[in-house]
Design a protein around this ligand. Structure first.
Ligand SMILES: [Fe+2]
Ligand SMILES: [Fe+2]
Length: 187
């Protein structure tokens, strides 16, 4: 998968001039997620092409957060309305990246990364294997990262607590087949 110069310059123009300290965690989070997802993807034997798609999708999965008011990243308590706003970020990221020459499967990761295996995720409530494999991998890595590093509004868990949480949500939030691989790899 090739990322065009237009894509890279778009991303830099979108994010770098406006980035604040509170938003910079979006990048570190994205890089952690990418690393975790690639290890899982390699373990699953994904092709080089799929690993490249996974990599770009993970790096950009939360880019829609740059389109939200930055106060969301400073708060320690979030209201129901705040959560509602934040839930717009997959769609906002999709809209921003759709404008440019961005790989369609990587774009699916951005749009679907908060879908859940049991169909209770957002924005569409996709279920099971309706959610593309690369996206299911990214979602698992995304949740694990948030548990380990925490957020302003959410205390971090220990490594073992995070693994237990992944196992406890197998078949509900996460693809159970992927959870088996994940626990074998990281447990
Ligand atoms: Fe997200
Ligand atoms: Fe994320």
């Amino acid at each position: 998968m090739k990322i065009s110069d237009a894509t890279i310059s778009f991303l830099l123009r979108q994010s770098v001039p406006t980035i604040t300290w509170n938003q910079s965690f979006i990048f570190s989070h994205a890089l952690h997620v990418e690393k975790i997802a690639l290890r899982l993807g390699e373990n699953l034997g994904l092709s080089a092409q799929d690993l490249a798609i996974l990599s770009w999708g993970c790096i950009l999965h939360d880019i829609g957060k740059f389109s939200l008011p930055q106060t969301f990243f400073e708060q320690t308590i979030l209201s129901i309305n705040d959560y509602k706003e934040i839930k717009r970020h997959p769609g906002l990221g999709y809209i921003a990246l759709r404008e440019i020459d961005f790989n369609r499967e990587a774009l699916e990761i951005v749009l679907y990364h908060h879908e859940r295996f049991d169909g209770l995720g957002y924005p569409f409530g996709l279920k099971g294997k309706e959610i593309p494999l690369n996206t299911r991998i990214c979602s698992l890595a995304d949740s694990f990262e948030v548990m380990l590093w925490g957020r302003n509004y959410q205390k971090n868990k220990t490594y073992q607590e995070a693994l237990d949480d992944i196992a406890a949500n197998s078949g509900t939030q996460f693809d159970p087949e992927l959870v088996v691989h994940f626990i074998n790899l990281f447990g």
